[in-house]
Ligand binder design. Structure first.
Ligand code: FDP
Length: 285
């Protein structure tokens, strides 16, 4: 029997996420409360986090050619056979469920065992649960955007690129907790761009993809590695942004070059228009 190609497996993974996302959105109703558990990073889990993780594990691990499934919501990697590894943040920004604001689902497909480097990614993308459900998929050097509704997936834009004229910024963490060099950089950015911060990385990153600018969840005085997770958030988002013509950085190098040492490690995340990332790296030098 001929082995399934990686490209065919990636097609199947993208299809499954596109088909499951409207179901996840629907399933949020009645699952907005917290459960008495924490995820491996110590975040309080919402019922929907655990449910969406189970649903995605079920669907993604049964795809022929998927060898590993891992998510931000479970400590260990699930082994599911031979093939690529899928790393997922089932509900990014799930603390927004309480206030009924935007959230997302993030995925990265690595042609290597986890934890894996950004250079091993073969595809990555995200679903944004906004007023409409949209999906951005980066693979083979291009980013495409879709609108999802029931079983329908319509292309909204092919070859998405971050606009040259930057307009918005959004930075996480408490301002007094920002290191001085980052705070000085923010002073400059505030003079040039307009603040957009909603508290869910995917929603905030999608503002940057749409209008140009910069999103960051930086290193903090109290947390030198920031808050976001390398494998589930930093690398996949860095890949989407870089494929769309932007840049990503942990403060000194592309997020795709950061060496992963453990599955749930955190990393400072800065993504957006190339010129803003260049200036950030000079400011943090
Ligand atoms: P959440 O804890 O709600 O899942 O993934 C972590 C994340 O959200 C990001 O989506 C978001 O950018 C960030 O944390 C928000 O953190 P703050 O509450 O500190 O702003």
């Amino acid at each position: 029997m001929q082995e399934r190609s990686t490209g065919t497996t990636v097609d199947a993974i993208v299809d499954v996420i596109a088909e499951t996302a409207p179901e996840i959105r629907q399933g949020l109703v009645g699952r907005r409360g917290t459960v008495d558990e924490e995820n491996p990073s110590g975040d309080e889990q919402v019922e929907a986090d655990v449910w969406a993780d189970g649903l995605l594990e079920d669907r993604l691990s049964s795809i022929d050619g998927v060898g590993q499934y891992a998510s931000e919501e479970r400590p260990d990697i699930a082994d599911c056979g031979e093939g690529v590894a899928v790393a997922v943040d089932p509900l990014d920004g799930s603390s927004n469920l309480k206030s009924n604001n935007a959230m997302g689902t993030i995925f990265g497909v690595y042609d290597a065992e986890l934890p894996a480097r950004g250079e091993d990614l073969v595809a990555a993308g995200y679903v944004l649960y906004g007023p409409v459900t949209t999906m951005l998929v980066a693979r083979d050097g291009a980013v495409h955007e879709y609108e999802l509704s029931g079983d329908e997936r319509g292309v909204i834009e092919r070859d998405v690129t971050i606009p040259d004229d930057a307009v918005v910024y959004g930075f996480g963490g408490r301002v007094p907790d920002w290191p001085d060099d980052f705070a000085a950089y923010v002073d400059e950015v505030e003079d040039e761009l307009k603040l957009r911060y909603g508290g869910a990385m995917i929603a905030d990153v999608n503002q940057v993809v749409t209008y140009g600018g910069i999103f960051a969840y930086p290193a903090l005085e109290s947390a030198p590695n920031g808050k976001l997770r390398l494998q589930f958030e930093g690398i996949p988002i860095g890949y989407v942004i870089e494929t769309a013509g932007g840049a990503s950085s942990d403060g000194s190098q592309s997020l795709l070059s950061v060496e992963p040492t453990e599955l749930h490690q955190r990393v400072p995340v800065h993504v957006g228009s190339q010129s803003y990332i260049d200036r950030l790296e000079s400011a943090l030098d």
